[in-house]
Design a protein around this ligand. Structure first.
Ligand SMILES: Cc1ncc(COP(=O)(O)O)c(C=O)c1O
Length: 419
């Protein structure tokens, strides 16, 4: 059982000590060291290119987190960055009024996204899901919301309830992905007061294995929303421009009333979208005030237009699926070789997760910690708490090296925990 030596993370750790006196907790939210493995992961990154990252100590990693999703092409993708720089330098991007790119992007989304007829542009996924719920509530004149999945940090949906009055989320009910009976029961009880059913159309619950929709699940949610006059919202912040250009709704053939997009559409630049059926979306113009200083800034629009152009021109998603399938087959082979590692692979080629499902909670956690510790030490940036993504710039060589490292790491866990 060969243990991979620990990384030198001295500069990261020194910066973190300094940060603790400047920023509450040192770094915010899902970037905290506790969200990785304490003492094993870098805390500060220096640079990235393609699918690679370099931390402040000079350690290099093949990255499978892709900035938590927005990096669909690769870091520092020249065509996208050049388009944005040109915009910033030659025209400007922050004005009192809107630049024309919003029309071009909205038209493009109408061509690509099955549910798109009218769109509004915001900056983050949380902006988008919150605006979608407000539109649904205003359109239906109802208050209740059925939800499934992570939809961001805002008051109505965030898991940690500190600082949020209960009245902000007491009309929001959670259901489990793939549990149509649960939605049905909720709708029987609250359907006539329900404004929206919001869900990720592909199952990626926090920290847990991923799920594809059971036959009839998405269709059933669509049917229940129609039956009770509620708005069906697909939160495609992670899946759009990744599973298909038109998102999971294109892949699985079920069209929602509203869709929220973000992450992968602009290769890292901040932009999100609520798009959907004209009659529902028109509520945003008549009954609501949705506005923010930075929403019209055109850097995100220009980045999105260029990213979409590259995705279409170079058949990027075909390549991501092909590479992802290759990687997933290799991971499964390693798992079959080391059943004693106690791990499981879930997801689809563009986004997948290795979780540890055998044994009691402590054993699962220890195996998981050991596996991901070996991987990060070997220079492969996955995390135990979030699924992985692949991007266009992962090469076959990167994937083969990853598979070699996984084989060794599963072997290590298997040996360490043998009965
Ligand atoms: C499915 C989903 N919806 C919404 C959000 C919130 O997006 P943001 O972090 O850009 O606010 C996320 C972020 O991870 C997400 O994965």
């Amino acid at each position: 059982m060969k243990e991979t030596p620990k990384l030198n993370l001295k500069k990261s750790e020194a910066l973190f000590e300094e940060a603790k006196d400047l920023i509450p907790g040192g770094v915010l939210g899902a970037r905290r060291p506790a969200d990785f493995i304490m003492g094993e992961y870098p805390i500060f990154l220096e640079s990235g290119k393609g699918c690679r990252l370099i931390d402040v100590d000079g350690n290099e990693y093949v990255d499978y987190l892709c900035g938590y999703g927005p990096i669909i092409l690769g870091y520092r993708e020249e065509e996208v960055d050049d388009a944005v720089m040109q915009q910033v330098k030659e025209k400007g991007f922050c004005f009192t009024l809107t630049q024309r790119y919003q029309n071009e992007l909205a038209g493009k989304l109408n061509d690509i996204i099955p549910s798109a007829e009218r769109s509004i542009f915001l900056k983050t996924g949380s902006d988008g899901t919150t605006a979608a719920i407000r539109i649904a509530r205003a359109h239906t004149n109802r208050v209740k919301v059925m939800r499934c999945g992570y939809h961001g940090w805002h008051d109505w949906c965030v898991e940690m309830k500190g600082g949020i009055p209960a009245k902000f989320y007491e009309d929001v009910y959670e259901f489990h992905y793939n549990d149509l009976d649960q939605i049905e029961d909720l709708m029987k009880a609250h359907g006539d007061q329900t404004a929206a059913i919001i869900m990720t159309p592909f199952g990626h619950p926090l920290h847990q294995k991923m799920e594809t929709p059971k036959p009839g699940f998405l269709e059933g949610a669509r049917r229940l929303a129609d039956h009770y006059g509620a708005i069906l919202v697909f939160d495609e912040v992670r899946t759009c421009f990744r599973l298909r250009m038109g998102g999971a709704q294109e892949l699985y053939g079920v069209t929602p009333d509203l869709t929220v997009l973000g992450k992968g559409m602009a290769n890292g630049y901040a932009i999100s979208v609520v798009t959907g059926k004209k009659d529902v979306m028109m509520t945003a113009a008549s009954k609501l005030f949705i506005s923010s200083t930075f929403f019209p800034n055109s850097d995100g629009y220009v980045a999105a237009l260029k990213t979409i152009e590259v995705l279409e021109r170079d058949n990027v998603l075909d390549s991501i699926w092909k590479n992802g399938d290759y990687l997933l087959q290799g991971i499964q082979k390693a798992l079959d070789k080391y059943p004693n590692a106690g791990a499981e692979l879930s997801g689809v080629a563009p986004m997948f997760f290795v979780t540890f499902t055998q044994g009691n909670p402590e054993t699962k956690r220890d195996r998981r910690t050991d596996f991901y510790t070996q991987m990060i030490r070997k220079g492969f940036f996955f995390t135990p708490h979030h699924h992985a993504y692949i991007c266009y710039r992962h090469t076959k060589e990167d994937l083969d090296k990853t598979l070699q490292a996984m084989d060794e790491s599963f072997g290590y866990v298997s040996e360490k925990y043998k009965e």
